[in-house]
Design a protein around this ligand. Structure first.
Ligand code: PAF
Length: 288
């Protein structure tokens, strides 16, 4: 595995791959790898000739009171894990190289950024879309792999790629979970033992929603109350949002829309202590 810290070197390597007729698979990350990241790298490995993984903790997707400075970092461990996962290029650009003082071009994906995390983290998806567009410009991947845990991010990147005619295929990987069901996240490392036990409520609430949708004709408010009940029963928790809506438009359902819907996205953001966790599941509604 080659570690490339600069943009010109990365560009030269990409050019070489293209000259050699090799396809490039890309996994952009913010590091502190867990099994979820490794699964994305392995999928890229299966789909393409060469795998590029970037590690960049992107400052522009963090709000002023968010966890940029304490975001977990361990370059040595990440380098080792990427190598073991069969990554070819580990791209570790520098913030000053990516964002010059004069930087003033932003990618805003409207509509899809409005609800869910877009509401509680203003500017977050502008930062995500901008850095992903920049990384795509540098790495020029044939395929890029993203996790479904960040459902809204995935939808926004798909939209951006379509709207801006970017020649890259976006591939989704299902959410990778701990054995008990907790969605893997670098932020799970912030949790104390007690908080870790409570954090399972996101998965439990989504499973409850799935069962309710399968077995009974349920109203929108009843469904939301059932989800809220599971989460609120656990100590350290505070709900940021419970979203029940359309998985394509990412618009919330009203009661009528919910009753008519075939596909339902249930997405949650919950504070567990000082850590904000997200999770989601997509359901196909059964006729009752
Ligand atoms: O999902 C992430 O880790 C980040 O949002 C991404 C896509 C690497 C952009 O910084």
């Amino acid at each position: 595995m080659r570690v490339i810290p600069s943009i010109p070197e990365m560009r030269a390597q990409v050019l070489q791959y293209k000259r050699d007729g090799l396809t490039i698979g890309f996994v952009p990350t913010m590091g502190y790898f867990h099994a979820g990241h490794i699964a994305l790298m392995e999928l890229a490995r299966q789909l393409t000739d060469r795998v590029v993984v970037s590690l960049f903790v992107n400052p522009t997707q963090f709000g002023p009171n968010e966890d940029l400075s304490r975001y977990p970092r361990d370059m040595e461990r990440d380098t080792r894990m990427a190598k073991e996962a069969g990554v070819d290029i580990f791209f570790t650009p520098d913030a000053n190289e990516l964002y010059s003082k004069a930087f003033s071009t932003w990618v805003n994906v409207e509509g899809l950024s409005e609800h869910l995390c877009g509401r509680s983290r203003p500017g977050h998806f502008r930062g995500v879309a901008t850095i992903v567009a920049k990384l795509f410009g540098i790495v020029q991947p044939d395929k890029a792999v993203f996790g479904q845990k960040d459902f809204q991010q995935l939808a926004i990147i798909r939209r951006m790629v379509q709207d801006l005619n970017m020649p890259v295929e976006i591939v989704a990987h299902e959410t990778v979970r701990e054995p008990d069901g907790l969605a893997m996240s670098s932020r799970n490392t912030y949790l104390s033992q007690g908080e870790r036990a409570s954090a399972l409520c996101l998965y439990q609430a989504l499973c409850k929603a799935e069962t309710a949708l399968k077995t009974e004709k349920i109203g929108l408010e009843t469904l939301k109350n059932a989800i809220e009940g599971v989460i609120s029963a656990k100590p350290f928790t505070r709900i940021d949002y419970i979203f029940i809506g359309d998985p394509n438009s990412l618009q919330p359902y009203d009661e009528d829309g919910f009753q008519k819907a075939k596909e339902v996205l249930a997405a949650l953001a919950v504070w567990v202590g000082k850590t904000r966790l997200i999770d989601n599941m997509c359901f196909t509604k059964q006729p009752h």
